[in-house]
Design a protein. Structure first.
Length: 193
C-alpha cells in the first residue's frame, strides 16, 4: 500500500481571478507565498519522500514548505485545453450549450484539447502503480493541484462529480489517500497545516 499526502499549491493571481489555470505555468503571488510560509507540516510529513508537479506554482510551494522534493510529470494539473485562462462565467456566457453539456459529464468532462478528471486519476494511478511493486507500506507527499486532488477523491469515493461530494475538502489542508492494487481509498481528509 502507498499512503499519499497531497498538498495543493499556494494561491496565484489566476486563482484570485477564478481563471482555469490548467497547464499554464503561473507562479505564486505574494499572498500565496505568505500562505505557504504560514503552514507547519504535521509531525512525520516533512521526512516523507516528496514529489511535486513540474509547474512553477507547485515547485515554489514545495520549496517554501522546506521539503526535499523531486518533479513528477504525473502530478501536473489537468489540462483545460481551449478553456485555459478563462473563467467559468466567461465560458458559460460565450457558449452556454456546450459548457452545460460538458459539465453534465461530471468525471468525464473534457474541454476541447484538454483532459477529463477520469484521465487525470488514471495518469496518477498509473504512476503510483509503477511504484507499488511490493507489499511494503510506503509513505509519500505530493505537492500538486486542486484538479489532481478532486480526481483522486472521486476515485476513492466513487463520486461522479455531478452531485455534491460526500465530504467537504479544505484545500488549505493536507489530504491523505491510500493506493493499493490499483484502488484508492481515503486515509484522512483535511489534515491541518
Amino acid at each position: 500500500m502507498i499512503n499519499v499526502y497531497f498538498i495543493r499549491h499556494g494561491q496565484t493571481q489566476w486563482n484570485c481571478e477564478k481563471r482555469l489555470q490548467g497547464r499554464t505555468d503561473i507562479p505564486l503571488n505574494d499572498a500565496g507565498r505568505q500562505q505557504i510560509c504560514a503552514y507547519q507540516l504535521p509531525s512525520g510529513l516533512s521526512s516523507l519522500q516528496w514529489f511535486h508537479s513540474p509547474l512553477l506554482r507547485a515547485q515554489q510551494t514545495a520549496q517554501l514548505l522546506g521539503v526535499d522534493s523531486q518533479s513528477e510529470t504525473a502530478l501536473i494539473e489537468m489540462s483545460w485545453g481551449e478553456w485555459e485562462g478563462k473563467t467559468l462565467a466567461q465560458l458559460r456566457a460565450q457558449d452556454p450549450i456546450n459548457v452545460a453539456k460538458q459539465e453534465a459529464l461530471g468525471l468525464d468532462l473534457r474541454p476541447a484539447g484538454g483532459e477529463s478528471p477520469r484521465l487525470v486519476a488514471e495518469r496518477v494511478s498509473d504512476w503510483l502503480g509503477s511504484l507499488d511493486n511490493d507489499n511494503t507500506v510506503k509513505h509519500m507527499g505530493c505537492v500538486s493541484h486542486k484538479g489532481i486532488i478532486r480526481a483522486i477523491y472521486a476515485c476513492a469515493t466513487d463520486w461522479n462529480m455531478l452531485a455534491k461530494p460526500l465530504h467537504k475538502i479544505d484545500f488549505y489542508c493536507a489530504q491523505h489517500f491510500c493506493f493499493e492494487q490499483g484502488r484508492w481509498s481515503i486515509g484522512e481528509l483535511n489534515i491541518p497545516l
